[in-house]
Write a protein that binds this ligand. Structure first.
Ligand SMILES: *[C@@H]1O[C@H](CO)[C@@H](O)[C@H](O)[C@H]1NC(C)=O
Ligand SMILES: *[C@@H]1O[C@H](CO)[C@@H](O)[C@H](O)[C@H]1NC(C)=O
Ligand SMILES: *[C@@H]1O[C@H](CO)[C@@H](O)[C@H](O)[C@H]1NC(C)=O
Length: 226
C-alpha cells in the first residue's frame, strides 16, 4: 500500500513536472491526495486547457483544480493559464463558458482572431490576452461585455479599427491596447466610460483627433495615446 502510494505520487510528480513548473511548486504531499491521484492523472490541466480553449468543450468539474481553473460548483469562473506556452487559435466554443469571470491567457503564443463568441461571456470582468500573437480586428460585439472591467490586449498583432461602441462597456476601468496595429480614430462614445482609469493606445496607428468627449472622463488617471 505504502509502496503503491509512493509510486503513484512519483509518477504524478513526474507527469506534473512535465506539464507545469507551477504545479510542482504548489504541490504538497497530503494523505488525502491518494484518492485524487487517478482523477488528476486522467485530467491534467493541459487536457482541460486544450479542451476548453481549443474546442472540445469538456467543462467537467474535474477541471476545477483551483490553480488553473476556479469554479463555483461545477461552473468555471476563472481560467488562469498565463505563461503556459499555449499556441494555436482560440476556439469559438469559449463563448459557451457563460459563467466565466476571469480569463487570463496572457504571455502565451496564441494566434488568429479573437473569437466573436467572446461577446457571450456576459459575466466576464477581466480579459487578459496580452503578450500573444493575436491578429485580426477586435470584434465590434465585444462592447456587449458590459461587466468587463479590465481589457488587456497589448503586445499582439491586432489590426482594424477600435470597436464602434466602445463606450457601452460602462464598467471598464482599464483599457490597454498598446503595441498593436490598430488604425482609424477613437470613437467619441469613449466619453461614456465613466469608470475608466487607464487608457493606453500606445504604439498603434490611430489617427484623427482626441475626441472632446474624453474631457468628461472624471475617473481617468492615465492616458497614453501616441
Ligand atoms: C482513469 O484512466 C484509467 C485508465 O485509462 C481508467 O481505468 C479509469 O477509470 C480512469 N478514471 C477516471 C476517474 O476517469
Ligand atoms: C458551443 O459553441 C459553439 C460555437 O460557438 C456552438 O456551435 C455550440 O452549439 C456550443 N455548444 C453548446 C453546448 O452550447
Ligand atoms: C495573469 O497572468 C499574469 C502573467 O502573465 C500574472 O502576472 C497575473 O498575476 C495573472 N493575473 C490573474 C488575475 O490571474
Amino acid at each position: 500500500m505504502q509502496i503503491k502510494k509512493i509510486l503513484s505520487l512519483f509518477s504524478l510528480y513526474v507527469s506534473f513536472s512535465l506539464i507545469s513548473k507551477s504545479y510542482q511548486q504548489s504541490f504538497e504531499i497530503d494523505d488525502e491526495i491518494d484518492d485524487e491521484v487517478e482523477d488528476i492523472d486522467n485530467n491534467s490541466h493541459q487536457q482541460c486547457a486544450n479542451d476548453i480553449i481549443f474546442g472540445n468543450q469538456l467543462m467537467k468539474n474535474d477541471c476545477c483544480d483551483n490553480l488553473h481553473f476556479k469554479c463555483q460548483d461545477t461552473d468555471i469562473t476563472e481560467i488562469i493559464l498565463q505563461n503556459n506556452e499555449l499556441s494555436g487559435k482560440l476556439s469559438e466554443t469559449i463563448g459557451n463558458i457563460s459563467s466565466l469571470e476571469l480569463l487570463n491567457l496572457s504571455s502565451n503564443k496564441l494566434t488568429g482572431n479573437l473569437p466573436e463568441s467572446i461577446n457571450k461571456l456576459q459575466k466576464l470582468k477581466t480579459l487578459y490576452l496580452y503578450d500573444n500573437e493575436l491578429s485580426g480586428s477586435i470584434p465590434d460585439s465585444i462592447s456587449k461585455l458590459t461587466e468587463l472591467e479590465k481589457l488587456y490586449l497589448y503586445n499582439n498583432q491586432l489590426s482594424g479599427k477600435l470597436p464602434k461602441s466602445l463606450g457601452e462597456m460602462h464598467h471598464l476601468t482599464h483599457l490597454l491596447l498598446g503595441n498593436n496595429k490598430i488604425k482609424g480614430n477613437i470613437p467619441s462614445n469613449i466619453g461614456l466610460l465613466q469608470n475608466i482609469k487607464v487608457i493606453s493606445f500606445l504604439k498603434n496607428s490611430l489617427d484623427g483627433e482626441i475626441p472632446k468627449t474624453m474631457g468628461n472622463l472624471e475617473s481617468l488617471e492615465s492616458l497614453y495615446v501616441l
